[in-house]
Design a protein around this ligand. Structure first.
Ligand code: FES
Length: 317
């Protein structure tokens, strides 16, 4: 955990604030790679993940961009309402679950709305490397698009393509055209609202993109259509203890009540913090973190949200 202070804050676009966080004594923060995020411990007790949108290499402060979300579960409202300059808070060290494949022959970056935050950092890193890339940034309107001035003033402005929902039809995102003819040396990065991500990723998959060249970062898990599965049991390999997981509780909650603490962060199956090895039994995966291949192996699961298809799971705990 790192103690920081909000050293500056500005409105970047309608409903989007950027905050600069620095150590109180001004000493450098840990280095981070493009695509990294930090856990932000908010004054109301919530922990939320925000991507770093600094130019890569900066260590005097971390910059995060936060959309005030009317459907907020309390995180984005707290950032907008409570985090003013001078406010002290704690953050986690940067973690990168959305890393760049820096040696790719070409990179395509697709951002929707506030999904621009990690993508911006990636574009700046690729430009620094002299790599071949293009950035497609979709927003509802120009007034809701953050960092447009920074993008237009960058040395890679000619590779930035802006697509506004309320703009001329000719400038709208045509994912099928942009993703046609995938080759083995191009990687695709997507971040934004779930509908945007599904559209881009489904298009890529239907055009034959290999899963290993698709990179994604979700902000929130889609609402699960399926209801909670039946109750099941979990057994701890170390002690042999068995616990029943009822339909209305997660594995993490059940274990927490029994004094077994599993570290969590997003509690939605997005971040992978709670990933736990499964030694026997079949999980019902409800996360967005693992790849299809990883899920099919059934040797790990995310106990914050995933459940079980078998009557019992033996956990490496
Ligand atoms: S806490 Fe984030 S995936 Fe479980």
């Amino acid at each position: 955990m790192i103690d920081v202070i909000v050293v500056a804050r500005q409105m970047e676009a309608r409903d989007i604030a950027t905050l600069f966080l620095a150590r109180p004594d001004g000493s450098p923060l840990p280095a981070f790679g493009a695509g990294s995020h930090i856990d932000v411990h908010l004054p109301n007790g919530l922990v939320r993940q925000y991507s770093l949108c600094n130019p890569p290499g900066e260590r005097q402060s971390y910059q995060i961009g936060v959309l005030r979300d009317p459907a907020s579960r309390g995180g984005s409202q707290a950032v907008h309402d409570l985090l003013k300059p001078g406010e002290r808070l704690r953050i986690g060290e940067p973690r990168n679950l959305f890393p760049l494949e820096e040696r790719a022959g070409r990179s395509l970056l697709f951002a929707g709305g506030i999904g621009i935050t990690p993508i911006l950092c990636m574009a700046e890193r690729l430009a620094q490397l002299g790599a071949d890339f293009a950035l497609h940034y979709c927003a509802r309107s120009a007034e809701r698009a953050a960092f447009v001035g920074r993008l237009r003033g960058s040395m890679f402005a000619d590779r930035v393509h802006l697509h506004f929902d309320d703009g001329e039809s000719g400038q709208r995102l045509d994912a099928a055209r942009l993703l046609a003819g995938p080759d083995d040396d191009t990687h695709l990065y997507v971040c934004g609202p779930n509908g945007f991500m599904s559209h881009v990723l489904d298009t890529a998959q239907s055009l034959g993109w290999a899963e290993g060249r698709l990179h994604r970062e979700y902000f929130a898990a889609p609402v699960q259509a399926e209801s909670a599965s039946d109750a099941f049991e979990i057994q701890l390999a170390s002690s042999g203890q068995v616990f029943r997981v009822p339909t209305d509780k997660s594995v993490v909650q059940v274990l927490d009540e029994a004094g077994v603490c599993i570290p969590v962060s997003c509690e939605q199956g997005i971040c992978g913090t709670c990933l736990t090895r499964v030694l026997d039994g079949v999980p019902e995966h409800r996360d967005l973190f693992m790849t299809d291949d990883e899920r099919a192996r059934n040797d790990q699961f995310t106990p914050c949200c995933s459940r079980a298809r078998s009557a019992r799971l033996l956990l490496d705990l």
